[in-house]
Design a protein around this ligand. Sequence first.
Ligand code: GN1
Ligand code: MG
Length: 370
Amino acid sequence: MIYNRIKNVLNKFCFRGEYMDVQELSSGNVNQTYHLFYNDCGKSCQYVLQRINGYVFKEPENVMRNIVQVTEHLRTSMEMQGLCADGHVLDIIKTVEGKPYYVDQYGGFWRAYVYIENAIAPDMVTSLDMMREVGRGFGNFQRLLVDFPAKDLYVPIPNFHNTTKRFYTFVRAVDEDKAGRVKKVEDEIEFFFEHRRMMNQIVQLLDNGTLPLRVTHNDTKSNNVMMDITSGKAVCVIDLDTVMPGSSLYDYGDAVRFGASTAAEDEPDTTRIALDMDKTRAFTEGFVEETNGFLTQAELRRLPLGIKVITCELAMRFLTDYIDGDLYFRVKSPQHNLIRARAQMALLRDIEKKQDQLEDMMDDLLRRKF
Ligand code: GN1
Ligand code: MG
């Protein structure tokens, strides 16, 4: 029963009212997430409770330190623009001891937020307007953090999007073959050797200073933006675990990879997977509208490279985890990581076919906007 997993934690946080119910939110691949329902003198209060994955996040207290700083900065930036921040930035619920997290007797690490009501976190983007709005949401997020002092941030997962290093980790996993699965995935392994040089490009452009390092979200799936049900507007960017210095190409690329795919991230039928160019364009319009003025020409021109690199990186991360025996991502079956890897590889093949279309789209948009 879900309740048994959380019952000893509930009274550690300053939730208002009386506990009523819990539902598990299962779209995340890393942390365990619960939606809590409370009743405060007839008024419904909802919260999100999460158990942070200690395998993925080695120092969760520092992850929370980042999130406290980033949410304070977001709040201040909004208020300085005369905007109301309530409901537009994650609101951390403190523990009864006044801390932003609780560590249980087994070392399990817990945190809680106010649940954003009347909003959805879309696993699938169902319209072009929604995709444009997702673009605005993440673009606005980067804009609000443009003056955040990056050096103050703890790096929760070093080399998170360093595809060069991720390739070496992948090769090491193949060499170790911990779960005895390498013989089943020879073709997939070959695919990443063929893509090695392409994958390195953003790292090289950051290293040689062509692209600037910015404070980025680094996990820009559409289900990390809450969309208001009534207005359809992006109201709040969530999942701030991986906010750290990175490239705008990562945020742009990951969002398009996820939101503009014609199928789910783990679609087993790869013939159903393609990049939807209309959704790609809609996202780009929203994102560029919000980041217009501070993204450099070097970044804007190379946004499509972000889609390719991030799709390839994630495909390789899924395959690495399959080879390792599913240590990192939560899986629903022993094949899940392999299915995910193949789905992302299929998406990458389609992105590569659409390379010219992506460049034409960017040329066209930049001609109009600048
Ligand atoms: C993980 O758990 P979730 O959905 O927030 C992963 C992302 C991947 C994503 C793929 C810390 O994010 O990097 O892109 O799965 N987060 C981490 O769905 O590794
Ligand atoms: Mg995440």
